[in-house]
Design a protein around this ligand. Structure first.
Ligand SMILES: [Zn+2]
Length: 285
């Protein structure tokens, strides 16, 4: 994808596979290598490789400090952790590893939550995509990272990554309640505050639809593996090892949300975990 630079308020946005911001001497995310040498700080939204790819190289080149959310710092300092987490801490075969979890490790100098930002710039905690996922609000422009999936993302990915669906919902409400002129998602098209309201509603609706699909598929108790099969089949998700494991996490993210809201319960029988509707389990008791 070709890069394109646009200006919103006093912020420059470098649009590409991962959209990047440049505000005064702050760089937001690092998927580009061609940046002014006078940057003083690199702000990372979260610990996925497509957001911190060049952080280490840019730090060496510019001397900028690296600032990242506390709960994601370990993923940036040791991306292997993310790869291991995906496979229950065992080491997955290489074909099962997504490129989004790889990347050159680099040290984090400051946590976003503790850094004394100057006026005009503030971190906005938006967890759900990862535990520490954080957006940055610069001069009325919200760099929202991967917290909001717009229509174009949903058209390409039927089950975009979320580790905690309830936190994702809460973060979407946080975006709704934040004042800004423009929202720059890390992937996809820039939107105005007004357009973001529509996209937030779409994202929330999609999450509800996936929840409802899972509840429908649990009309009978299903093992984890069977439920994953049924969800992927219904959504028509292609067979790809790396995508499969990302989908497994997202389906589990939905399941844990449904458990925490008392809609789904679980049992273990014959060495298999079964998921079922809470009301059905109550009826059996
Ligand atoms: Zn991400």
């Amino acid at each position: 994808m070709r890069q394109r630079v646009i200006e919103l308020n006093d912020v420059r946005c470098i649009l590409g596979h991962t959209n990047v911001g440049l505000y005064e001497s702050y760089l937001i995310d690092t998927s580009v290598i061609d940046v002014p040498l006078d940057i003083t700080a690199i702000l990372i939204t979260h610990g996925h490789g497509d957001h911190f790819t060049w952080a280490g190289t840019l730090q060496k080149r510019t001397g900028a400090v690296i600032i990242a959310p506390k709960e994601d710092a370990f993923l940036i300092e040791n991306p292997e952790t993310n790869v291991r987490g995906l496979f229950n801490w065992a080491r997955p075969p290489v074909e099962m590893t997504t490129k989004f979890f790889l990347g050159d490790a680099c040290g984090v100098d400051h946590y976003a939550e503790e850094y004394p930002f100057e006026e005009g710039i503030a971190p906005v905690h938006l967890p759900g995509h990862t535990m520490g996922h954080t957006g940055y609000l610069c001069d009325g422009v919200l760099f929202a990272g991967d917290a909001l999936y717009s229509k174009d993302i949903w058209e390409r990915h039927k089950l975009p990554y979320s580790i905690d669906v309830e936190l994702t919902r809460r973060s979407l409400k946080t975006i709704q309640n934040t004042t800004f002129d423009w929202l720059v998602p890390s992937h996809g098209t820039i939107m105005s505050k007004e357009e973001s309201a529509e996209q937030i509603e779409l994202h929330l609706n999609q999450l509800t639809q996936i929840d409802n699909m899972i509840l429908r598929l649990l009309s009978a108790p299903r093992s984890t593996e069977d439920l994953i099969f049924l969800v992927l089949k219904e959504l028509g998700i292609e067979d790809n090892l790396a995508k499969y494991w990302l989908s497994v996490t997202t389906i589990k993210g939905h399941l844990s949300g449904l458990v925490s809201t008392y809609k789904v319960a679980y049992t273990i029988t014959n060495h298999r975990v079964y998921w079922q509707l809470s009301e059905d389990l109550e009826r059996v008791k």
